[in-house]
Design a protein around this ligand. Structure first.
Ligand code: SAM
Length: 323
């Protein structure tokens, strides 16, 4: 699918429920969880994936909420891996249930895993997430390494005065383990004051990591997200830098999102959504569903360039959109 550029990456949010409450991601108090019947069913998601891949989507990332809290997710992923033409299936998880599920996920054919982890200190992890699950997450990471998930990425949202004293500790994970540690700029998705207080621009992160010495730039895959990847000399793994705020560049964005409510979202920061669930439930043909994807891609191509700031809050929280 293209409109001035190739759109080959779809993020599927399969639930708006999460078993953590990260302070930077928590929705507003007036936000209501979706009633269960409003969440896309697995058969519907599989049908949408088939249509999307038929149109040129090559990479699907399953996200949430927390995807591993949804019942029968392993079975769903196994079916999704069988979508003809799909080149990459990835899962993003907070890792709380990973130690218990990693073997089944691997057995279902999943190989690409992103693990979100914002602190390597148990007490701080609890402060950020509101839960005491640090040891489970680390056990999940260990399981994923033992099973050989590859690529295995650890996503760390950098938060000034919260975890920015751990940048080198996170980098050392990639020195010692075959993982890609990705530093992500905090986006203004919830509370503007909180964002101003805790935003640390990526150039500052890179400046602090310069003590690691020479870094070789790693080539990007055609379906890659916006990360810039480097491998410092002597590292087993890699470091990635994702700068949605300071280096945001709409013309190279290659992704569409499907929210847990079954709405196609051409841009994370534009509140424009195209309802695909209602036509699907009313019996739309695959050609009709395809035309909704085409509309989303056309719309994406026409949206104004986003400049993220305190006023960029999307109306739907990240748990519904899927990050
Ligand atoms: N529960 C899964 C997880 O934790 O990976 C998937 C959903 S979560 C919304 C996806 C990613 O979005 C996580 O890595 C999370 O840290 C990130 N995220 C949420 N709010 C963010 C924000 N304001 N800025 C940057 N990243 C954010």
């Amino acid at each position: 699918m293209s409109f001035l550029r190739e759109i080959n990456y779809l993020r599927l949010s399969i639930t708006d429920r999460c078993n953590l409450g990260c302070f930077y991601c928590l929705p507003r108090l007036d936000w209501q969880k979706l009633p269960a019947p409003e969440i896309m069913r697995y058969e519907e998601l599989l049908q949408i994936a088939r249509v999307a891949v038929g149109l040129g989507i090559r990479k699907i990332r399953v996200t949430g909420g927390e995807p591993l809290v949804r019942r029968n997710v392993v079975d769903f992923l196994e079916k999704l891996t069988q979508t003809p033409g799909l080149k990459e299936l990835c899962l993003t998880t907070n890792g709380v249930r990973l130690a218990d599920m990693a073997r089944d996920l691997y057995g279902a054919g999943l190989r690409h895993l992103n693990l979100s982890l914002d602190s390597l200190k148990p007490e701080r992890y609890r402060q950020i997430t509101g839960h005491d699950n640090f040891s489970q997450v680390m056990a999940g990471l260990g399981q994923a390494l033992d099973l050989g998930f590859q690529p295995l990425k650890v996503n760390c949202v950098v938060l000034k005065d919260v975890n920015d004293d751990e940048l080198l500790d996170f980098a050392r994970l990639a020195r010692d383990l075959p993982v890609q540690v990705r530093f992500i700029e905090f986006m203004p998705t919830v509370n503007p004051e909180r964002w101003t207080r805790h935003f640390l621009p990526m150039p500052e992160v890179c400046r602090r990591l310069a003590v690691l010495g020479d870094m070789q730039v790693v080539d990007r895959q055609p379906t890659a997200g916006p990360a810039e990847i480097v491998r410092p000399v002597g590292f087993r793994g890699e470091l990635g830098f994702i700068s949605p705020v300071s280096r945001h560049h709409c013309p190279t964005c290659n992704r569409l999102r499907l929210t847990a409510a079954g709405r196609l979202r051409p841009c994370l920061f534009a509140d424009l959504e195209i309802d695909i669930k209602t036509p699907l439930r009313q019996g739309a043909s695959e050609a009709e569903l395809a035309s909704l994807f085409e509309e989303a891609v056309r719309t994406k191509g026409c949206l104004p360039e986003v400049k993220l700031s305190q006023s960029s809050l999307p109306s739907c929280p990240m748990v519904g959109i899927g990050g």
